[in-house]
Unconditional design. Structure first.
Length: 278
């Protein structure tokens, strides 16, 4: 806890979903809650030359960071129940699909004595996947705000129901970001240039952000290179400049995210001509 403008502030580090219960409890008790990106804490620990890593040491470090950066901390607010339910369903679907893939991999090399068991498990998981997909669709259909945002996102060539659900689940309200640059940084698609003196290193994406969103945007971006006129035009410009295939896909992911932010902010469906102009 740290004192701030006569109010106590709780500063916690984002740790998957484990920090949320504590953050909600503090918020309900009237505390000002700030949730830190783990990268912020890691960078601060390195700046302080911290070598030991225990729960007690980490807690002290987080409190110290909060005390020193009070003016920079943004107050955390619990997300609407609809968003939290959608996120739980989307993440459960991801877990089930990973389990199914692992079982399929086992089936390829399994002895005949266990193949029946694996196939039985796969049938059950596939039913669970189907039920979860239906639950996600029903949940979005039943919520006017989510339904409207889904329809705007799926107007974009390259974004289907699955990607729209992922974006809504992981971003919450995308308009809480002040710009596309802030949104891109949250996802970890912002560029990081490595330079020192005359040394010119490679420019890479930071990867300091949501790995779920980066993974989820990859295939839609690949598809949009052919199906989305705005991203096809971007591809042609980057090819002419000698960019590699990987660089082009990363740029397509950023462009797709930028277009998604634009349609949600404007409340207007995707317009290829407008997107090409930008």
């Amino acid at each position: 806890m740290a004192a701030q403008a006569q109010r106590a502030a709780g500063v916690v580090e984002a740790t998957g979903v484990h920090h949320e219960a504590l953050a909600e409890w503090l918020h309900e008790k009237g505390y000002r809650v700030c949730v830190l990106n783990p990268a912020q804490v890691a960078y601060y620990a390195r700046s302080q030359l911290q070598r030991a890593k225990t729960d007690k040491v980490d807690a002290k470090l987080i409190a110290e960071y909060g005390e020193r950066h009070q003016d920079e901390l943004r107050a955390w607010q619990p997300e609407p129940r609809a968003i939290r339910r959608l996120r739980a369903l989307v993440r459960r679907l991801e877990d089930l699909q990973e389990i199914a893939q692992m079982e399929r991999n086992r089936l390829e090399v399994a002895d005949t004595s266990v193949q029946g068991s694996i196939e039985s498990v796969l049938q059950h998981i596939d039913r669970q996947i189907d039920e979860t997909i239906k639950a996600i669709k029903q949940h979005i259909d039943d919520d006017p705000d989510l339904r409207g945002k889904r329809d705007l996102l799926t107007s974009i060539n390259g974004i289907g129901d699955k990607t729209a659900a992922l974006l809504l689940a992981e971003l919450g309200n995308p308009l809480r970001f002040t710009s596309t640059r802030a949104l891109t940084a949250f996802v970890g698609l912002n560029l990081r240039l490595q330079e020192s003196g005359t040394y010119k290193g490679q420019t890479r994406i930071s990867r300091t952000g949501s790995s779920r969103l980066r993974a989820g945007l990859y295939m839609p971006a690949v598809c949009s290179l052919k199906r989305n006129p705005a991203i096809s035009a971007l591809r042609d410009r980057l090819k002419a400049r000698g960019k590699t295939g990987k660089q082009i896909v990363c740029a397509a992911m950023r462009k797709l995210l930028s277009i998604a932010y634009g349609v949600l902010k404007s409340g207007q469906p995707f317009d290829p001509k407008l997107a090409i102009a930008h």
